[in-house]
Design a protein around this ligand. Sequence first.
Ligand code: AHR
Length: 658
Amino acid sequence: MIRPLHRTLPLVALALIASQVCAQAADTPSVTIALDEVKAHIDPQFYGLMTEEINFAYEGGLYGELLRNRSFKGEAGLAYQADTPIYWSALGAAQIALDHSVRLNRALDLSLSLDATGASAEHPAGIANTGYWGVPVRANTPYRASFFARAQGAAGPVTLSIVDKDGHAVASGVVSGLTDTWQRYDVTLRTGAVAPSPAATFTLTTTTPGKIWLQQVSLFGPTYGNRPNGLRPDLMNKLAAMRPGFIRLPGGNYLEGDTFGQRFDWKATLGPVEQRPGHRSPWNYWSTDGMGLLEMLEWSQDLKAEPVLAVFAGYALNGQHVSLAGDLAPFIQDALDEIEYVTGDAATNWGARRIADGHPAPFGLHYIEVGNEDFFDSSGSYDQRFSAFYKAIKAKYPNLRIISTAPLSATPSQRPDVIDEHTYAFGGEAEMYGRVRDYDLRSRTEPKVMVGEWATHDGWRMPTLRAALADAAYLIGLERNADLVVMESYAPLLANLSHIGGGAHDNSVQWAPNLIGYDALNVYGTPSYHVLQMFGSNRGDDVLGTVAGNVPSFTIGGKTYPSLYWLATRRQSDGRVQIKLVNRGTHAQPLRITLRGAHFVADHGTLTVLAGKDPGDTNSLDKPDAIVPLTVPVGGLSREFVRTLPAYSVSVLDFEAR
Ligand code: AHR
């Protein structure tokens, strides 16, 4: 969207808008764009998202549940588990404990027992939960609370409240009629004109003496598109703005688990949420699996993106792997069932199951990824595993494209359709600039590539402008090679920044950098997010030929790299041209742009610029908009024109040219 021009635009914006056609020195850097030379076609799914349960990306992030450890199974099996339900505390005269003998069902095979025999009108007894480092409060907002309960004799009524940090209830609801059999109870809590806060607490209390067993105590605020069991709207809006073509799911390490028993067992993530046992994520915290396979598929659909479905392939992070062909059969069948769940109709077992789960229409699906990072499997079993999955999937679904997660040399028995390559630049910007031309040099006889995980690291922190500039240059290198590189997804995507350095099991961030940061109430995009948003929403269909001259350079650690990066694309639907430019230089850089073979060039277009004074700058929860793109109309375009790129900037110029 073009922001309206305004008198108070900063000077930098006015400088961008002003026609920049002026006399330039003969050695001005230049880019000539050949409108008549199409070098590659860009897959409409080129820009995507990589996600998994890491950094509290789903639980405590995208997934709308606001209470932590709603099923009381959290961290079960981890060494530090106590008998008391972790993340829940007793209020007033209450005594609480985990009760393994009173179970809601086989999946949620324990409960929280709330002994409120000491409760009175003056001394309510109950439980409290502070969510994921705070329950968020917004003004005039409905919250849906629910829980399963069973009581010893008569009990209740119980009051459910959201309590602000000063101890005042900002929303409350009452439930009565608890009996000695398990039942679900629902109540809406509604805030009034309260101040927004990320730091509230949820409480469930009673003033009547008695004993109550609880399970699946849940609180949701409004969700994206009002989906039940849905997703956090502010995060979804950020993702939607990126216009992703695909979502690679469910991981990542999260697909594999530390052991086979901790893999993403998709069948255990279906159906009513209280029937899902949950499991431990390899990133060291509990997943309720409220964000199950169907929720992930619907999430893709809501973003108009397709899933790139990674199937468990008989290899876990601890090295456990299937080495005998016969032992692979159940895992292959599981993958075939999963594909049927995603794409099948009512006549198929698993298609019928998806319909019963509430989603009649099949999902679009073109890519299946076999495992994750199987280049780590030093046993050499991936060749056999990949080949067996490939043949079984192709036999039933010949049109699906199968992605390998190891180099071509690891799968001599079966050539993959696509290879997922992970290209994190742990060494920082210099390493990433050094990779910009990697795919220019790759033989075109090799399989297509998905760069399924990549990022420029700049220390253990969220991306700086410095990292974002290198990310933009790398992306230009990927898109320029769109005949070979069919998809890309930066990783990781999401990070809850509420509690960094909280110890092994209470740290909200396990990996940095990440594209988007948030706490319970606020969300912001990093400079790298803005680069991906700018590029993803300025897609072309054709990569046009370019020739550059007098390209300037800069030096890091004694090595010299170009400081200017460019890419020209054209959209087929409206013939508009997009020029993506990166200036890593320390000063403003004039650039002569020539359109070769053009018989018409509109004299105006749209320019989006992300820039900052210091490459070490970044955005944060406190300063979410320190570095954000500015979109303005520009004039003075023609078959040849000069534009000056600000220091440390990424620009996208979009205009009509034929
Ligand atoms: O993106 C974080 C992790 O990096 C992924 O889970 C894994 O695939 C890779 O090693």
